[in-house]
Design a protein. Structure first.
Length: 186
């Protein structure tokens, strides 16, 4: 083996070692952050009007999260949805609470490994909500906010509602003692 090849292999090995080390460090940090005390995680939830969330969500989905197809679905107009959600402040609260819901799922994962799949689904749903909010911001910049509220804001709320149900179902399946308190909070 010539010296250039040996140096190249050493550099590649060091690079891979550093990359793997950084990956492990990131995972440990993420778990440590989300594995805080349950009470501290729940305290991070910002208050939200659950009745309004349900009213907006149930206009397009069933309580189980299935899409409604009946003649009585999607009857709320843009002004009603926007008012019920609390406008931009309400959407920002939804986005904030999404990360807390993910942390609640990670908390359960400490003793209930099946929670990992739920946490990943929650993460995807949170990204979906962020996407809907970004579409709303773009529409506002173009002066077309009212026309897209039912399409994006209502779907964001419905997605958030389903996220809360998934967390509650996870706590119920995992037989977690904090379920009753969480039911009153979400």
């Amino acid at each position: 083996m010539n010296p250039h090849t040996a140096i190249f292999l050493i550099v590649i090995t060091l690079f891979i070692g550093v990359a793997v080390g950084l990956g492990v460090f990131s995972i440990v940090q993420m778990r440590r952050k989300s594995a805080g005390r349950w009470e501290d995680i729940v305290k991070r939830l910002k208050p939200i009007d659950r009745e309004s969330i349900e009213e907006i969500a149930f206009d397009i989905i069933t309580p189980s999260g299935e899409r409604r197809t009946d003649d009585e679905s999607a009857t709320l107009d843009a002004a009603q949805i926007w008012s019920l959600i609390g406008e931009w402040k309400g959407l920002e609260t939804l986005k904030h609470n999404c990360s807390v819901l993910i942390d609640l799922a990670f908390y359960v994962q400490q003793w209930y490994p099946e929670a990992l799949a739920v946490a990943e689904q929650l993460r995807l749903s949170a990204r979906e909500i962020e996407w809907h909010v970004s579409r709303l911001k773009t529409a506002q910049a173009n002066g077309k906010l009212e026309t897209v509220i039912p399409m994006y804001a209502q779907k964001a709320v419905a997605t958030y509602y389903v996220m809360t149900r998934r967390v509650l179902a996870l706590y119920e399946q995992g037989n977690v003692t904090m379920l009753a308190e969480l039911q009153h909070t979400l």
